[in-house]
Design a protein around this ligand. Structure first.
Ligand SMILES: [Zn+2]
Length: 160
């Protein structure tokens, strides 16, 4: 793949990753990643990011995020604005349940967004520049979803 930052060639490499969490550092050795030969930009697989995070949580202390979260917590968890969380709710990228007047999200439902057919979110989390690419990819995905929904509507109309 091509580097999202400089356009250079990226190669699969095993790298050591230092992650600092609440003032403590944990080092992962031999993590598989895409590394740019030119600028050193490193991109991890979404599954690898999720695995590292769960290891950090279980190794360095209590999980920072509960199993059931509100919009604020989800936005911090995903490092997006609450408005983005609402947008994701509206276009069906994320599932939630309304309890009283407030939305509640399970961690499991949140992790499902990483199964989307693009590595967009993994990139979003590992590079600022990647966020632009991620947005583009998400927009494409949203268009696809909309087309699918339209088609469904059409088919439902025919049956009547
Ligand atoms: Zn690069």
């Amino acid at each position: 793949m091509k580097c999202p930052i400089c356009g250079g060639q990226m190669a699969t490499k095993k790298v050591d990753v230092d992650e600092t969490w609440k003032g403590r550092t944990i080092t992962f050795r031999g993590i598989e990643a895409q590394v740019c030969d030119d600028c050193g930009e490193t991109i991890y697989d979404a599954a690898v990011v999720a695995l590292m995070e769960s290891l950090i949580e279980s190794t360095l202390g209590k999980p920072e995020y509960p199993e059931i979260m509100n919009v604020e917590e989800v936005s911090r968890f995903l490092r997006v604005t609450p408005q983005t969380v609402y947008n994701m709710l509206r276009d069906g990228r994320i599932q939630a349940t309304k309890v009283g007047r407030e939305w509640r999200f399970t961690k499991e439902a949140i992790m499902k967004i990483f199964d989307l057919p693009t590595p967009a979110l993994a990139r979003y989390r590992s590079s600022a520049c990647g966020a632009i690419k991620a947005k583009e990819a998400m927009e494409k995905y949203r268009v696809k979803l909309r087309a699918k929904a339209e088609k469904k509507k059409e088919e439902a109309g025919k049956k009547e």
